[in-house]
Design a protein around this ligand. Structure first.
Ligand SMILES: [Zn+2]
Length: 378
């Protein structure tokens, strides 16, 4: 019981932080000694009382969840030969939640890789729905690892330690490098960026861009490191990854400054009406994708960890419906499925439904090699 109480306390502090809107002109407050979000036109932060916060956390983390899948979700052991074959178009594999493996211009990138047992400080809390479709040892050689922020479901100690001795570049928001150093990554392998800063590494240009979120892994480090979204620019393809973010004006700004994008990897899960400033509802994810001016959407931050009060499949069901209504191209691969964006068909099977219906469309779009308005499942 003590360990459960300790766990609740540890997890309580960062979320309580969401009760306090941060309104500063820059993303660092010297007085507060912490990173802050950009001022929002419409401050949506809902103030939760201590007891309400405690009650929600109890439901999320301690009560037996009926929100998680009742059976193993479908997965595909990836064909790595196919994945590694050179292509002008980005290929990617989704591992569930926000973990992505990219082949961009022949460079192999990992985004927010979480291969450990849980997305919390404790093995028994926030456990995975199922083991990752590949073990760390089964991954190909990785050129660079991109991290959005230091929360447990994005920055995993087990995974980082595995790569600490390898020739992998880590590209992270300001302050996150301290965690990496502590876990054995050499300083020369770490690049920390502030919002608006770019670096070309392994032939790819990475730019840190704003997000509306927060950070922290324990009781005393709330907002001590920065959170970010990322622009990833290859020779042909330009990608956007939202990291974790509430909806805000920053998406339009990013679209104006860095768009258009070939693909937006956009968070669409683990939302709640009580924390609109840190995660998006599916409608907002779609709007954010339109705002950044992306041609296609890959919904992430769902499907592997239960971090809110909604059913595990609600984010993708809602996102899929809206994408259909708005005629927005959407990729919905299974765990491990290789998505080759240069192929004339693309993956948007609603595999989360009891009887999935395969839907693929013929190529019409020159750039992505896909039709921009998919005929989604009826
Ligand atoms: Zn987060």
């Amino acid at each position: 019981m003590i360990q459960y109480l300790l766990a609740v306390l540890l997890l309580l502090v960062p979320l309580l932080g969401e009760c306090m809107p941060a309104q500063k002109p820059t993303n660092y407050s010297i007085e507060a000694g912490e990173f802050v979000n950009l001022p929002a036109k419409d401050n949506k932060v809902n103030k939760m009382g201590f007891m309400e916060t405690l009650s929600i956390l109890k439901k999320v983390f301690l009560e037996k969840s009926t929100r998680a899948p009742q059976a193993k979700l479908p997965e595909i052991k990836p064909d790595m030969n196919e994945f590694l074959k050179p292509s002008d178009f980005v290929k990617f594999i989704w591992f569930g939640h926000s973990t992505l493996l990219l082949n961009l211009d022949g460079r192999i990138l990992l985004i927010d890789p979480v291969f450990g047992k849980s997305a919390s400080p404790f093995d028994f809390l926030v456990t995975r729905f199922q083991p990752p479709v590949l073990k760390l040892e089964e991954l190909p050689n990785i050129d660079a690892i991109l991290i959005s922020h230091d929360h447990y479901d994005h920055l995993d100690k087990t995974t980082v330690k595995y790569f600490a001795e390898k020739n992998v570049e880590f590209i992270v928001p300001l302050g996150v490098g301290d965690h990496l150093l502590e876990w054995g990554v050499k300083p020369i392998r770490i690049v920390e960026l502030n919002w608006g800063e770019s670096i070309s590494q392994v032939g790819i240009k990475f730019t840190a861009t704003p997000a509306r979120h927060f950070s922290g892994r324990g009781l005393f480090d709330r907002n001590k490191t920065l959170w970010a979204s990322w622009v990833i620019q290859g020779k042909h393809d330009k990608l956007f990854y939202s990291g974790d973010s509430g909806y805000g004006d920053h998406f339009k700004e990013i679209g104006k400054r860095y768009g258009p994008f070939d693909i937006a990897f956009m968070e669409n899960g683990q939302y709640n009406e009580r924390w609109p400033d840190v995660h998006m509802q599916p409608e907002e994810s779609l709007q954010a994708m339109v705002d950044v001016d992306a041609k296609a959407l890959v919904p992430v931050h769902w499907g592997m960890f239960d971090l809110s009060l909604h059913h595990w499949s609600e984010p993708i069901k809602r996102t899929y419906q809206i994408a259909k209504a708005w005629d927005i191209p959407i990729f919905t691969p299974k765990f491990g499925e290789v998505v080759d964006t240069g192929k004339p068909t693309y993956v948007n099977t609603p595999w989360w439904e009891p009887i999935p219906t395969a839907t693929t469309t013929q190529a019409q779009d020159q750039k992505l090699g896909m039709k921009l308005v998919p005929e989604l499942a009826k």
